[in-house]
Design a protein around this ligand. Structure first.
Ligand code: AMP
Ligand code: GLY
Length: 429
């Protein structure tokens, strides 16, 4: 662990995940300074924000050098998939996040499917295609529902679950022939549908060592009761009880251990967050996806559940000096409710004035996602997911109560949010 007040941190990103990372850095005794690029309104109120195109790796390295950053935390997937960590390291700057080789676990679904099958890690059966005719022929041999995925990054939209043969065929044609996801869909994966309950397992990894954060659950559909179109995430809570001690044991033995062993065997030294999206099926947990970064909104509930300094952990992962046995968690539960803009998840309206409460309920706070700060100190909506109403509580019920109390005190025109975040778990008791 580095000495106190020695890290000049640069956080890359602009969403709720990055605001949560900023709050953790601001609270860390290791921080000498912290800035963000490009950031959002909430972050601009708390730290210097630098304009940056995150897909410009050269500009990112130049910025880190110019401001004297000695530790860069990469929030989103796109810069990881472009090799920003490799480039920063080549410039002598330590960074949290996997290098290009490790980031492929998120950037290429076909690479990941082959990796999972090669290492006998439980996942849905799937095959890859680059031509329409064999893909359509393969569809005829499988049962419905069936899942069609664009190989590359598609901003969370590249997955279609087809319930009818025509839908499946249309999805294949849209990706391979019409290239609705551009080159990301030049190669597709067709995989069997997994029935069960989803959960997110986030690991902070340093080679073969890792810290497993509490299991969490996101809410992807826009409407109550999991209805309507998919979103980036309408809310999250942790710990998620669907990952029972037995499921957790199986996740460790059947998924985590073989994944980290497989990476090592293939010469990939993975350092950073490994997000394992699992489906808890009747036959046990199976991998739905890997991401090479913290989930958002999951990150907003996970970092505050760490008693150990998250910045110290990220730094230890990056230097290869992680000691998982020393990591401590807070008790209780955390929840965040996404407050979304008019039009989201379609084209969100921007520029609505946001009113934030002067006093917040205990252990609650607003996390900024798509917001903008003007010169007079007012916040405006500036994206689809605008804010997260976050709370920590001794119990999940208490956290939920405080988070909704906070949500009710926040206003902007067109604001909408789900009323049933964490309800599935609360109702199970
Ligand atoms: P992905 O981008 O691969 O995580 O897929 C996005 C979402 O689609 C997942 O979070 C699941 O809700 C759903 N999904 C993906 N693959 C499957 C599958 N094989 N079976 C059931 N649902 C899936
Ligand atoms: N919350 C889902 C994700 O970050 O991919």
């Amino acid at each position: 662990m580095p000495r106190q007040k020695t890290l000049n941190v640069l956080i890359l990103g602009s969403g709720g995940r990055e605001h949560a990372l900023l709050l953790a850095c601001l609270a860390s005794p290791l921080t000498a300074s912290v800035s963000v690029a490009p950031g959002n309104g909430g972050m601009a109120a708390e730290a210097p924000c630098h304009p940056l195109n995150l897909e410009d790796v050269g500009a990112t390295v130049a910025l880190a050098k110019r401001i004297g950053a000695n530790f860069v935390i990469v929030g989103p997937d796109a810069p990881l998939a472009l090799g920003v960590v490799d480039a920063l390291e080549a410039a002598g700057i330590l960074a949290y996040g996997p290098r290009l080789a490790g980031a492929r676990l998120e950037a290429s679904k076909t690479f990941t499917k082959a990796f999972l099958l090669r290492h006998k890690i439980p996942t849905a059966h799937g095959e890859r295609f680059t031509a329409t005719a064999p893909a359509l022929a393969y569809l005829k041999t499988r049962t419905l529902p069936i899942v069609i995925k664009a190989n590359g990054l598609a901003a969370g939209k590249g997955v279609i679950i087809a319930n009818a043969p025509e839908e499946a065929e249309a999805a294949v044609r849209a990706m391979l022939d019409e290239r609705i996801f551009g080159e990301s869909g030049a190669e597709i994966l067709i995989e069997d549908f997994l029935k069960g309950e989803e959960a997110s397992i986030m690991l902070m990894v340093s080679g073969r060592r890792y810290v497993m954060l509490p299991a969490s659950q996101d809410h992807k559909r826009v409407g109550d009761g999991d209805t309507g179109p998919n979103t980036g995430g309408m809310g999250a809570y942790a710990p998620a009880d669907v990952v029972t001690p037995d499921v957790e044991r199986r996740v460790i033995a059947e998924i985590i251990e073989p994944t980290l062993a497989g990476l090592a065997q293939e010469g990939i030294e993975y350092r950073g967050t490994l997000y394992i999206g699992i489906m808890v099926t009747r036959d046990g947990p199976k991998v739905v996806e890997f991401n090479a970064r913290f989930g958002d909104p999951e990150c907003q509930v996970l970092l505050p559940l760490l008693e150990t300094d998250p910045l110290a952990l990220m730094h230890d992962c990056a230097t290869g000096d992680l000691h998982p046995e020393n990591v401590r968690f807070k008790g209780g539960a955390a929840v965040v409710i996404t407050l979304a803009a008019e039009g989201y998840p379609g084209t969100p309206r921007k520029g609505d004035v946001i009113t934030l409460p002067v006093e917040t309920p205990p252990a609650a706070r607003a996390i900024h996602c798509g917001t903008k700060l003007d010169a007079s100190g007012k916040f405006f909506t500036n994206g689809g997911r605008v804010l997260g109403a976050f709370a920590h509580g001794a119990t999940l019920a208490e956290a939920v109560k405080h988070a909704y109390a906070l949500a009710e005190k926040i206003h902007f025109s067109g604001m909408h949010y789900r009323r049933d975040i964490a309800a599935r778990q609360l109702n199970r008791k």
